[in-house]
Design a protein around this ligand. Structure first.
Ligand code: NAD
Length: 336
């Protein structure tokens, strides 16, 4: 193994580790995957055997000495403690989303990263979708002229095969569909248009975690975005950005397809070769993380990006709490 490869351990051997981080690490030459960690040691050992990872452990402390960086792929409630431990051991951290369950915890993680002078990257994976990157480039060039309207519709009945069921468990997460799914599209909108100047948030929770949510956002220069999210209904799963000079439409779950409309001409094409898939973008994310460490430059999604979106989501929940609950509970998925 060449000395220059970044020695990485994955902490949390659940669905995203198995379907994303483990297969992706094999494709990234800049990285050597040296260990997998899970509080369920048997699970770590099973994945280590299957993906031929040298070490399996039940705690980060067991692998830290032979590691340069960690991917924190646990549910969010344990991330502040794990991040603190990793930075104290001098490791760089790529943290799954949400960075943490609250903005206070995110700030704690950012302070630990700054104190240790280590890279903190956040898995805001949409930034690595080639069609999202093309939208970003066209917006930066001003190709659409003044952007008038953005629509995001993202929803399917939940089918992600978690081991812990964290996203439905109040003791592990601070929010439902907005925090778990909406975070990706919100981060993409903030990346494209900056921080919103106004937001109106609604969801279907009546004391529990929301499964459906709607947000109306206004950005600088009067760009208005509507976001509809669901984990109970199948929605259009489409993003549309309309400007005075053209419009862009992209499917939420396809990483490559983009329809560009210029005047009366609409062209749908793949913006990059290869296949759309989780491993592709998770590998791009890991490559960016390794390069950011080697080149001493910020990663594509920084700790500050992770904090910003959690802070925004927290404000949405606070605004919701300040309003009275409806007299009759909405039926999830029907009224939304
Ligand atoms: N970026 C993306 O597109 C994407 C996609 C899916 C999931 N995620 C995020 O990844 C995280 C994990 O999701 P998942 O679906 O893989 O969860 P999961 O429930 O399938 O797995 C979590 C694993 O973490 C382990 N774990 C819990 N506490 C631990 C600790 N203290 N130390 C070591 N291991 C511990 C559990 O035993 C379990 O194996 C979540 O925050 C989720 O939001 C991100």
């Amino acid at each position: 193994m060449p000395q220059s490869r970044l020695r990485v351990a994955i902490v949390g051997c659940g669905a995203i580790a198995e379907l994303g981080h483990l297969p992706a690490a094999r494709q990234v030459d800049e990285v050597a995957l040296v260990g997998v960690v899970d509080s369920d040691r048997a699970r770590a050992e099973a994945l280590a055997a299957r993906f031929r990872v040298p070490r399996a452990a039940a705690s980060l402390a067991e692998v830290a000495d032979a590691t340069d960086a960690v991917i924190l792929a646990t549910p969010p409630h344990v991330r502040p403690a794990l991040a603190a431990e990793a930075f104290a051991a001098g490791l760089h951290v790529l943290c799954e989303k949400p960075l943490a369950n609250s903005s206070a915890e995110c700030q704690e993680i950012l302070r630990a990263a700054a104190g240790a002078r280590r890279v903190l990257a956040v898995a805001h994976t949409y930034r690595f979708f080639p069609n999202r990157q093309r939208v970003q480039a066209l917006l930066r060039q001003g190709a659409l002229g003044r952007v008038r309207q953005v629509e995001v519709e993202e929803g399917t009945p939940t089918e992600w095969p978690t081991r812990t069921g964290y996203t439905f468990r109040r003791e592990l997460v601070s929010g439902g569909v907005l925090l778990n799914l909406g975070i990706h599209s919100l981060d993409a909108l903030f990346w494209w248009f900056g921080h919103p100047v106004e937001a109106l948030y609604q969801d279907d929770a009546v004391g529990g975690l929301e499964s459906n949510a709607r947000i109306r956002l206004r950005f600088a220069e009067d760009v208005v975005a509507t976001v509809r999210l669901s984990r109970t209904c199948r929605l259009a799963n489409r993003i549309r950005v309309e400007g005075e000079a053209g419009a862009l439409t992209l499917p939420v779950y396809d990483q490559l397809q983009l329809t560009e409309e210029w005047g009366s001409k609409a062209v749908t094409r793949k913006v990059a070769g290869g296949k759309s898939g989780v491993v592709r973008v998770v590998a791009a994310q890991l490559r960016d993380f390794a390069e950011s460490i080697a080149a001493r430059r910020p990663p594509a999604a920084t700790g500050a990006d992770g904090l910003r979106v959690v802070q925004f989501i927290e404000q949405c929940y606070a605004a919701k709490r300040a309003r009275p609950l409806p007299a009759r509970a909405p039926i999830p998925g029907v009224t939304w």
